[in-house]
Structures are given as C-alpha cells and as structure tokens.
Design a protein around this ligand. Structure first.
Ligand code: AMP
Ligand code: MG
Length: 576
C-alpha cells in the first residue's frame, strides 16, 4: 500500500491545520472546516492518505466519497485511508520546531512534521508496520506503540556536532586550561590551615611541622667509637707492625671508661662507647691480634679512624628539620635522638568527601537495583585523605538534587577545611554540583586540558575550597593525584608537592594528539619498562588496581613506540 501523499489534520482551538507531504514538498495549510478539507484533498484525492485527529473520520469519509476506508474498521483497499493518530507522539519535535521557527502555530508545526514523518515511513514501506498493533497499545490509533519509529522518520534538520571517535576532543571555541596553568592558579589561591598544636614526637608521624624544632643536644653528644676494636692515641703509632700494651678494663656503650689512656697504650672499646681520655683513634677488631697483654696491628692507621666526632651529625641548638616538613618514621628517629620530646605541628587538615548521583548506592552492603551502582569514589577518596595524613570527614552521598547538595556542602564547609565531591561536575542537565558552584560559590576554573579528568570544577563554597571531581572513578583518582594531592599538601602546611617521576622506556605504542595532557594507568615490567592498561576506557576501574602508577604524556603531540622514554609516576610518588 503506497500513497502519493500523506495528509495530517490537526485541530486546535482556532483553526485546523492540514499538513501535506509529497515526494516534492511538505506544507501546512490552515483549514477551518471539513468542507475546506475535502476541498483541499478532493482535487488530488487519488492515492492520498489522511490521518485525522479530532475530526470524526466518518464526516470526512462522507465528503471524500466511496473510495475511502477508515482504519482499522474498514480493511478493504481504498485510494484514501483515514485513520486516527496520536498528536503527542511528536510533541518534543513540535516544541523544537516552534523554537527554531518563531511565529509558527504549534498545530501547524505538528501537522507538517507528522505528515513528513508518515510520508517517509510509507515511502520506505513501513507504514504497514504502524498498522500492526503492539501489545498494550490502543488499536484504534495508527502507530500506537511505534512512537519511536515515527519520531525517527523525521529527517535530520540540524547539523549534528561533528562526531569524532575521540569523545574527549576539544569543542571548538572553548578555552581549555592547561594542567600546569590550573596547578599554578590553584597554588596561588590556597593557603595553609593556621592553627598549631603540640604533639609528642612518638605520635607525630604524618604530622606537619608548624615550626622548626631545635636540637637539645648534639648528635653524637660525645666522640665515640664506630666499631668494636681497640682505642689509643694516634700520635704513638707509625708505619709497619704496631704493638700496644692493653690496659685493664674496657669502654662500652653506656659503660664509659673513667680513666686516662696513656700515649702508647690501648684499651678495648666497643661500638657506641665514648672515647676515653687519651683515645682519638680506633683500630677494628678484625684487623688486630691479641694475646691478652697487648694488641698487634699493621700501621699506618689514619688519625681519628673509626671514631665519630661530637656533633658531626647535628649540632646542638640547630634545627634538624624545617617548618612544613611532613614527619615520617625516620624523622621520628632523628627528633628523638636530639632529645626533642614534643613538636609544634599544624592541626590536621579535615577533608570532606561527598558523593553525588541519583544512581549511586552509598554502601556495597546495601542492595543495588540494576540501574544503580555502588559508591566507589567515597571509600577511595576517604582513604586517600587518611593515607595523606589528614582527617577524613565522610559527608556521605546525596542524590542529584541542588538543595540536598547545597545542604551537604554547608555541612562540609562547617566541618572540613576542604571538600572533595565526585559526580555532577560537568555542564550537563544533571550536573548539579557545577551548576550550584557556579551560581552560589565561586567557580574559579574548570575545563582542564587533561585526560582522564574532564570535568573538574574548582570552586570556593563559603570560603572552603571544593574540588568537584569527575564521577568516573578513574578520572576521580587521576584528578585527585594530580590536583588534590599538591593542593591538600599546601593546605596542610606541608607546601606544594610535585610527584617524583622517572623516565623509563615505553612497552607500548600510542599516538597522542596535541592539546591536553594524558595520564595512562601503568606499571613497570620486570625489565623496568612501562606497560599500560589494556583499555583507556575511563570506566575500567580494574585498571586502577592493576596499575602501580601513571605514565604522563605531555600536553603536546607525542608518538610513543616501544622503547620511547616516557615519564612514569609511581603511585608511591603521590603518597599512596
Ligand atoms: P558524572 O560525573 O556525574 O557525570 O558521572 C560520570 C560517571 O561516573 C557515571 O557513569 C556515574 O555513574 C559514575 N559515578 C559517579 N559517581 C560515582 C561514584 N561515587 N562511584 C562510582 N561511579 C560513580
Ligand atoms: Mg551524575
């Protein structure tokens, strides 16, 4: 069944509109009455199809003559087919048409679009499909249940954005902030938490020094022996075999020898023992022989050999570490050795972590429906904060609801020094975080030329910096390591940090276009080259665990082949 044209009648309060589509044209004509409709159609009734809506098909049937069938009641083939359609099918298309064609009556637009869609369907021989009732649809309405087919039949009227296989391609005319510039801006905008507290040295691991501690004593406090052996005055020794009579007694760590060692004599001395008076040099036990009365060794021996001078490591009254230093286990050894029992440290940075998204189920212990996913970012970000020595503040999860996000950000601003949110940071319909930050906070920078990483929102909320991280866990981690790690370090008082990377040969190939920096999930092979995860898809969370670090590809274009040196940044260089 094919027709030369498709006509669609749409009634509205003022006038009816008849849309007519043929192979050559599509028009919409105002028609106030059924007579006029019959008139319009009558001239070329042959092969026409009319799909009336509010108008009773029987009225038109009477006017159009006997070679007319009303679908679905009449099944005989006829030159004119009358059927009812559902005008709501193209409601969205009608709105869009009216928006781009100001002054067009909605009924006229609808008549035109419907005629056009149905004409192209019947051209393709698919009109008959619309007549096949779909289970549950109204069988009195042509196309019921086939709404998407009807909507899809409209030709593309707008040029779609130029699609590239790379979904991270830069939209034209948008200013992208290079990573280094974003980092510089961030660095300039933040300042450390100012409150300081006193902390016992043994408990100060991970804390940041608020002032330089001062050595109470030198290390070592007194000159002592570096080895087990025999101590003597160097002046009495010379070249060749030496024989020095042994004094009774010995000098051991914690058991000093109180007497004087005469020049030409020697005394047994153990590691860590203070050099007795008269001793300035020690010979290593393994280099000697003794019969109990004297010690024998080969000269010459260097003056001061195997001894440690007082204060040679750290002098009393000097600062062994500087303000802003983040204390690690070895530092606790140093401070303790110098008699520093307490240190002034910055109050620990409180890092709020908030997840957003209608699809997110906050805890993997809870049931998730098929359209829901468990919150992967919050445990990751809270743990990052903890690993970096900060106080993680769990701000929980909120749905994509501006008011709920706002309330939680207020809570975060009150109880945390910095807030990390994930999800909703882009510029889409459901990106409430960035919308809110833009309208009520101070959104300082976003659209950073980084992959994976778009989108990242950096903003101030009631004076509290907010990192609007991407929802994607891969992008969320990369942005955290690249932006949040140095920024939080600065805020904690420990100063801006840069990851320590090193150049290794690539074990992969990749051609990278210029314009943004890229971080690939990577790990070192046994021979020390960097291999990358099999997929760059940023939804592949498993790649984060597979990796032991990131390969950083510079902003410009690069062509990596196996063996090309690339910069590898181990996770450890980010403190994780
Ligand atoms: P969005 O940034 O909100 O557009 O989210 C990007 C992607 O990340 C979507 O596929 C989200 O479902 C996903 N996503 C957002 N938040 C989380 C989260 N907390 N844990 C795991 N995936 C998430
Ligand atoms: Mg979202």
């Amino acid at each position: 069944m094919t027709f030369e044209r498709v006509a669609v009648l749409i009634d509205d309060e003022e006038t009816g509109w008849l849309g007519i589509a043929t192979a050559e044209s599509v028009t919409a004509v105002a028609c106030a009455s059924a007579d006029r409709i019959a008139d319009l159609l009558g001239g070329v009734s042959e092969g026409a199809i009319l799909l009336g809506v509010a108008t009773d098909p029987a009225t038109l049937h009477a006017q159009l003559g006997p070679d007319t069938a009303i679908w679905p009641e009449e099944t005989e083939p006829a030159s004119v087919l009358l059927a009812r359609i559902d005008p709501d099918t193209l409601a969205a298309e009608t709105d869009a048409y009216c928006a781009s064609h100001p002054g067009t009556a909605p009924a006229a637009a609808l008549a035109r679009l419907m005629a056009q869609a149905l004409y192209s369907l019947q051209e393709r021989g698919e009109l008959v499909d619309l007549m096949t009732p779909v289970a549950g649809a109204t069988s009195q309405v042509l196309g019921a249940g086939h709404e998407i087919a009807i909507r899809s039949a409209l030709p593309a009227t707008q040029a779609p954005p130029h699609l590239r296989d790379d979904c991270f391609a830069m939209p034209q005319g948008v200013a992208w902030v290079p990573v280094d510039e974003a980092l510089d801006r961030l660095r300039g905008a933040l300042s450390p938490v100012t409150e300081t507290v006193t902390c016992r040295t043994a408990e100060a691991g991970g804390r940041v020094l608020a002032s330089a501690p001062i050595a109470r004593r030198s290390n070592p406090p007194m000159p002592n022996s570096a080895v087990d052996g025999y101590g003597f005055a160097h002046a009495a020794t010379g070249d060749g075999p030496q024989r020095l009579p042994l004094l009774a007694g010995r000098a051991a760590a914690g058991q000093p020898y109180d007497g004087q060692v005469p020049e030409g004599a020697a005394i047994r001395i153990l590691t860590g023992a203070i050099l007795p008076k008269g001793v300035d040099t020690v010979v290593l036990e393994e280099d000697t022989a003794t019969d109990g009365a004297a010690v024998v060794f080969d000269g010459p021996v260097k003056p001061g050999a195997n001894t440690r001078a007082a204060g040679e490591d750290v002098a009393q009254g000097t600062p062994p570490l500087t303000e802003g230093h983040r204390l690690r286990a070895p530092d606790l050894a140093l401070l303790s050795a110098l008699g520093i029992a307490e240190v002034a440290v910055h109050r620990r940075l409180r890092v709020g972590v908030l997840s957003t998204g209608d699809e997110i189920v906050p805890d993997p212990g809870l049931k998730a429906l098929p359209h829901q996913i468990w919150d992967a970012n919050r445990p990751m970000l809270l743990n990052l904060a903890k690993a970096w020595g900060y106080v993680p503040v769990d701000l929980g999860h909120v749905r994509d609801d501006a008011q709920a996000i706002e309330a939680r950000l207020n809570e975060g601003a009150a109880g945390a020094d910095v807030i990390l949110t994930s999800g909703g940071a882009s510029a889409g319909d459901e990106d409430h975080v960035s919308a809110l930050l833009a309208s009520q906070g101070v959104l300082s920078s976003w659209r950073i030329a980084l992959k994976p990483g778009r989108p990242l929102a950096l903003a101030m909320w009631q004076g509290t910096p907010v990192f609007g991280l991407p929802g994607n866990p891969v992008a969320a981690l990369v942005c955290s390591l690249i932006f949040a790690a140095p920024a939080l370090s600065l805020m904690s008082g420990a100063g801006w940090t840069k990851p320590t990377g090193f150049r290794v040969p690539a074990a992969f190939s990749k051609s990278k276009k210029p314009g943004r920096r890229e971080y690939l999930r990577a790990r070192l092979t046994p021979d020390g080259s960097a291999e990358v995860f099999r997929s760059e898809g940023s939804g592949r969370i498993s790649g984060l665990s597979w990796a032991t670090g990131l390969v950083e590809l510079p902003d410009g274009a690069v062509d990596v082949r196996p063996g090309t040196p690339v910069r590898y940044l181990p996770y450890a260089s980010f403190g994780i």
